[in-house]
Design a protein around this ligand. Structure first.
Ligand code: FE2
Ligand code: FE2
Length: 314
């Protein structure tokens, strides 16, 4: 890891941080042999269904977002072009690792065809749209991804009781999602630079509402599909899935505030200061690497504290 770059990240105030200052590509390869437990999140079928339903759609979803940003790389200025390049490299690595993880979901006995079909339909819906619309959808998906990733980093109980190899995968992905959360937003601002402020706000607000509704319905359907394969009836799966997702301390409830921030005129992703979370996420990754590999590798940002080392074994 580039230590100089990471130290500059820590030193800069959030308002001064640009995407590139905060971003770097981490080397990460999951160990597929460790990914076979059916309810791998502490035996909890609901928590497992939530993360599995996300994982299944990552490869196609991330490919869509890469293609939405790619055309802007040669049009943007140097800084933004570098951000896009880093974004593409990070998302491509996420897709690669989640393809492996999704094979483990199938190996655990799940049929993920219906979930895959849903993300294919989402992508094909946007395939006939213009570049700016695809970019706008990507910006909104990235907001959803970033707030869920931040929540996972903030409340470590979401990944408690998971195999350390799997925890590394999800922490690594969460760190990079939070880190590159502003790239699609910045590209969209660049692409719509000649629009009025009101047009930009109305368009991005409408897009967020549409994308969020689609995300909520399709990801819940995906979880229900998996829970039915665990033996629940469809109505029970729907009810318990929503109750579990929006209970006190659950991800769905905790991200509602940050989700709504996007609707505020003048919003920018970096106004939500996640710099401490990024350091914490990197430290958790480093601590797990120390335990599983005997070395913190490139994940270390600062030396993990004893409590963080102990926390990964909790
Ligand atoms: Fe990703
Ligand atoms: Fe992303």
């Amino acid at each position: 890891m580039d230590q100089t770059n990471s130290l500059s990240v820590i030193a800069a105030s959030p308002g001064e941080q640009t995407g590139t200052q905060r971003m770097h590509v981490r080397q990460f390869r999951a160990k597929p042999a460790q990914q076979a437990a059916r309810h791998w999140v502490r035996g909890d079928m609901f928590a497992t269904a939530f993360l599995n339903a996300l994982s299944v759609v990552f490869p196609r979803g991330e490919a869509f977002m890469i293609e939405a940003l790619r055309p802007w790389k040669d049009r943007a200025d140097c800084q933004l072009a570098q951000d896009i390049a880093t974004f593409i490299t990070q998302e491509a690595a996420h897709s690669r690792e989640h393809v492996g993880f999704n094979k483990a979901i199938i190996d655990a006995g799940y049929d993920i065809e219906a979930l895959d079909r849903a993300i294919k339909q989402f992508v094909s819906f946007f395939s006939g749209c213009g570049e700016v619309t695809k970019l706008g959808a990507t910006m909104c998906i990235e907001h959803l991804t970033a707030i869920v990733a931040a929540e996972i980093l903030k409340n470590r109980e979401h990944l408690e009781g998971t195999d350390l190899e799997l925890r590394k995968l999800w922490l690594w992905h969460a760190v990079e999602e939070v880190e590159h959360k502003a790239v699609a937003f910045d590209v969209w601002m660049f692409a719509t630079r000649e629009w009025s402020g009101a047009r930009r706000w109305l368009t991005r607000s409408a897009l967020l509402l549409a994308v969020s509704l689609s995300f909520f319905i399709n990801r819940t359907r995906g979880q229900v599909e998996l829970l039915q394969q665990d033996g629940l009836s469809k109505p029970t799966a729907w009810w318990k899935c929503i109750r579990h997702g929006f209970a006190k301390g659950a991800i769905g409830r905790n991200v509602m505030g940050p989700w709504a921030e996007f609707l505020r005129p003048g919003f920018h992703p970096h106004q939500i200061d996640d710099s401490e979370l990024l350091i914490r996420g990197e430290n958790m990754l480093a601590a797990i690497k120390l335990v599983t590999e005997g070395s913190a590798g490139d994940a270390v940002r600062t030396t993990p504290t004893l409590s963080e080392k102990l926390a990964v074994n909790a």
